[in-house]
Design a protein around this ligand. Sequence first.
Ligand code: SF4
Ligand code: SF4
Length: 168
Amino acid sequence: MNFLTLFARNLRRGPYTERFPFGPPAPAPKRLRGRIEFEAKLCEGCLLCEKLCPSGAIRFSRTAAGLAFDCWHSTCVFCGTCAFYCPSGSIRQTTDWSLAHVEAEMFAVAEHGLIPTIVCAECGGKGLDTASNVAKVRPPLSDEEYAQLRRRCPKCRNKFLRNRGKTS
Ligand code: SF4
Ligand code: SF4
């Protein structure tokens, strides 16, 4: 193929490169390890992800409003350990790789979430609206029973499950 033919063909085909950053980011492969996402309502509050994170990108902190979750994307090394070991699927790894930012935004490029503080429906003490792993509870909890369980502090949750076992 001579130069002119090649030139004409490439003119017809247009550019091979993506228009990013002037257009949308290029689609990523399905298994790309990108930005971390957190879904507070699925979180069991076990703090395993914070302990396992090799770069210290995940922090849980107690606040008056509840248990706050922060994951700084500028510290994350996208290893996927948190998502792999999370027992509840509340941390997911997306394929979003477009996280470029200026230095001044370093602490703003983050994922935040909050597990709210609750007042226990049984004893009136404080608890957290964490998810509860009830996969092995037999017979399985109905949606209403699960909602009742979540409205209780850890001690009253145990009592609730014990009493339910006796009555079922
Ligand atoms: S996100 Fe997953 S691993 Fe982290 S505290 Fe919640 S349940 Fe545990
Ligand atoms: S992907 Fe790895 S580095 Fe990033 S938050 Fe999860 S465990 Fe930490």
